[in-house]
Design a protein around this ligand. Structure first.
Ligand code: ATP
Ligand code: MG
Ligand code: MG
Ligand code: MG
Length: 439
């Protein structure tokens, strides 16, 4: 992409409404624009990152054997009357009435709708196990929308639902989700720690939240520092293997890690003192096992193969896809701007032309652009007729992992400058070598 043809409305001034760095940088880098409280338009750069995160979530869910689908944003009120949550969900739910006077709502989550789909089409244990998910906009009329996309009212969420014959099968689905989430966050360059949490209004027995440690996080967390040393890396996982998923679950959940809701001072005292940590965290996902809560009330029953009908065991599993943009920036930035992890960066590399209109500089930039593109990489070429200072400022703010700076002086010696955004280290080298380093 050439910056002269892109839409990147970088703000010169610091937006005053932003209280935390991720919100400020997303506004300054021209990624989002607030439409009204807690509701945002996603401008091209923000949308590009959102799509990358969405793709990672899709890939990892499907790797775990979960099936993608899409449910609508608007739901009929009757389903929520059936489950009883119409009353209990409270004012976070945005209710609307259509022209015929029918009660509808903008979905804050989809347990009712998915259970309705399930009971309409599945009647036998032979069709289990089944896990369906979608990535769709949600609406929750939060009392205090704030921190930009971190606590929006409209937000983008992956929610998945497992249906199993027995509790044991459903616990395997729970573990499978835990493993797939670990991999998802690692690919995004994040350390997200599963912590035992409280189940809240969805109701249930087992639940873990995934937290990214950050001072600006809204949750207080307590953990054994040993948990932060764990990595899934690229180990092979057979998601159908009960033993493998259980082993990974055990590995991550044996060290103490809890949110304030479930924190137990007595148990925490058993963690060696030097490893006890109290910190703040951002909730980027949550997994639940809630058994037959919805299948019983809504009649989602299957033949058990022994002549009886039993309610299915279910769980629901969410990832805050739009919140993740904020969480990633909170975890990865400096005072000049964002530092995107490689796996989610909107462009792989910036090309910065120090002397737009200089024949040699223009030609060298075009050649770099072509070479990077041919390798399947996406460069962002700052070809604007702007001061070098402004170009550097923009590149630092939008945080691409690499920058290639091209100027007439270097070109006379056959070199360009390659700079890592993360380390700030630069080296001069021939253009082909710069391309090879990035690829
Ligand atoms: P929170 O405790 O932050 O209000 P939650 O526990 O109500 O979140 P869940 O029902 O667990 O949220 O939804 C799954 C995920 O969706 C959360 O882990 C979070 O990452 C994301 N999420 C929830 N509410 C919002 C919001 N208002 N804005 C952006 N993302 C959100
Ligand atoms: Mg909430
Ligand atoms: Mg929560
Ligand atoms: Mg939650």
């Amino acid at each position: 992409m050439r910056l002269s043809r892109y839409f990147l409305p970088v703000l010169k001034e610091t937006p005053r409404e932003a209280q935390i760095v991720s919100h400020r940088y997303m506004l300054q880098a021209g990624m989002i624009k607030q439409a009204t409280a807690g509701i945002y338009s996603w401008l091209p750069l923000g949308f590009k990152v959102l799509r990358k995160l969405e793709n990672i979530v899709h890939e990892e869910q499907q790797r775990a054997g979960h099936l993608p689908m899409l449910m609508p944003t608007l739901q009929p009120g009757e389903l929520w009357e059936e489950s009883g949550r119409d009353n209990s969900y409270g004012p976070e739910m945005l209710r609307v009435v259509d022209r015929h006077g029918r009660k509808m709502l903008y979905g804050p989550t989809n347990e009712e709708m998915i259970t309705d789909i399930f009971r309409s089409h599945v009647g036998s244990y032979k069709e289990l196990p089944l896990t369906l998910y979608h990535i769709q906009w949600k609406f929750r009329d939060e009392v205090r929308p704030r921190f930009g996309v971190m606590r929006g009212r409209e937000f983008f969420m992956k929610d998945g639902y497992n249906f199993d014959l027995t509790k044991d099968d459903a616990l395997h689905a729970y573990n499978r989700h835990l493993v797939s989430y670990l991999r998802t966050y690692e690919r995004m360059g994040l350390k997200a720690i599963p912590m035992r949490a409280d189940s809240g209004p969805i109701g249930g027995e087992d639940t873990h939240e995934f937290l990214v440690l950050a001072e600006t996080g809204e949750s207080e967390v307590f953990y054994d520092s040993a948990v932060t040393d764990l990595h899934l890396g690229d180990r092979e996982v057979d998601y159908d293997s009960v033993e493998q998923c259980q082993a990974i679950f055990d590995e991550w959940t044996t060290p103490y890690a809890r949110t304030d809701e479930t924190h137990d001072v007595g148990v925490f005292a058993n963690v060696p003192e030097g490893r006890r940590r109290t910190a703040r965290g951002i909730e980027v996902g949550q997994i639940f096992y809630f058994g037959t809560k919805y299948s019983e009330t809504m009649g989602a029953l299957v033949d058990d193969g022994k002549g009886g009908k039993v309610p299915v065991h279910m769980g629901s599993h969410g990832i805050g896809v739009s919140r993740l943009l904020g969480a990633i920036i909170e975890a990865s930035h400096d005072d000049k701007g964002i530092i995107w992890p490689e796996g989610v960066t909107p462009f792989h590399c910036g090309i910065l032309n120090m002397r737009q209109g200089d024949e040699a500089a223009d030609a060298a930039c075009d050649a770099l652009y072509a070479a990077l593109t041919a390798l399947g990489l996406e460069p962002l070429y700052d070809d604007r007729d702007e001061r070098a200072g402004a170009k550097f400022g923009t590149m630092d703010m939008i945080g691409l992992p690499w920058r290639i700076t091209v100027g007439p002086r270097g070109l006379k010696n056959g070199v360009v400058e390659l700079t890592s955004r993360r380390t700030g280290e630069s080296e001069e080298l021939p253009p082909e070598e710069a391309v090879a380093k990035i690829a």
